[in-house]
Ligand binder design. Structure first.
Ligand code: ATP
Ligand code: MG
Length: 263
């Protein structure tokens, strides 16, 4: 059982891109992975399947958090065709927005954890793509998680948002709502090394958050958007900016997998 949530208070910072980049790296490294699309926008579902799902989805799992619901909702992705490892998904659903309340009862916070209890051990890693808020769905993800990643862009408004997201993990653990959770830190995404502003903001984030700023920092590369547009794994994409990005996601996945020893 190794569940990793990818979250942030802010929208559009790259949660889905980091989830898909890590999923691609898992496939490349022969690591069995399950992606859970907890965002009602269902972007990682579109990214992994190339179309919206028509099958049982995460909303059904959350309304009936049992192993049978999970079994029904898990589907293989086209990315994994012919691969040596599994890459499956529980598709997202706009109906999951119905349970995204800011003040969930402790019983409701446990819905995803209850659902995953018996199945998630079959995967080496479960990646949960969260919506852009710290409301109920993200809280459900954290309650089910062993590790959390907070995604941030190198900008002025990133600091407060990142701080609040990191603190939520710590608070939920202390309150007993997320018993296994250890926050791993910040993934800085869309970094432009030649931008003086980005250099300044990255230095600021490192000064404020220290070791919580994870390496490698993910650069802004057009190849990522092209791979997403084609609904293909980054590691299969042959564009000019491919190799650097795949190496970074490979390295980030290694950091995450290595963190399993700190339980
Ligand atoms: N490293 C990157 N290089 C280039 N483009 C990127 C990078 N990361 C993200 N993007 C682009 O930025 C946009 C937002 O990214 P993404 O959808 O992953 O963010 P998100 O945090 O999941 O958004 P939301 O909060 O809506 O769920 C997308 O068009 C994506 O292709
Ligand atoms: Mg997203």
């Amino acid at each position: 059982m190794f569940v990793v949530s990818v979250c942030s208070l802010k929208g559009g910072v790259g949660k889905t891109s980091v989830t898909l980049g890590l999923a691609s790296a898992a496939l490349h490294q022969g690591i069995n992975a399950l992606v859970i699309d907890l965002d009602p926008q269902a972007d990682s579902t579109l990214g992994l399947l190339g179309e919206a799902a028509t099958s049982t989805d995460i909303a059904d799992v959350l309304s009936s958090p049992r192993t049978e619901s999970v079994d029904r909702a898990i589907i293989p992705t086209p990315w994994a065709q012919g691969a040596s490892s599994h890459l499956d998904i529980i598709p997202g659903s706009n109906r999951s927005a119905l349970v995204d309340s800011p003040a969930l009862s402790p019983r409701d916070v446990k819905r995803l954890r209850d659902a995953l209890q018996k199945r998630s051990h079959e995967y080496d890693i479960v990646l949960v793509d969260c919506p852009p808020s710290l409301n109920g769905l993200t809280q459900m993800a954290l309650a089910a998680s062993d590790r959390s990643l907070v995604v941030a862009e190198p900008g002025f408004f990133a600091v407060t948002a990142a701080d609040r997201a990191l603190k939520l993990s710590v608070e939920m653990r202390e309150e007993g709502l997320a018993p296994r959770l250890q926050p791993l830190g910040l993934v800085i995404n869309r970094y432009r090394p030649r931008s003086v502003e980005h250099q300044y903001r990255l230095a600021e984030l490192r000064e404020l958050f220290g070791d919580a700023v994870l390496e490698p920092v993910i650069e802004e590369r057009v190849g990522l958007q092209q791979a997403q547009g084609g609904a293909v794994p980054l590691h299969e994409y042959q564009g000019a900016s491919g190799p650097r990005l795949t190496a970074d996601f490979d390295a980030l996945l290694r950091v995450i997998m290595d963190s399993r020893q700190y339980s």
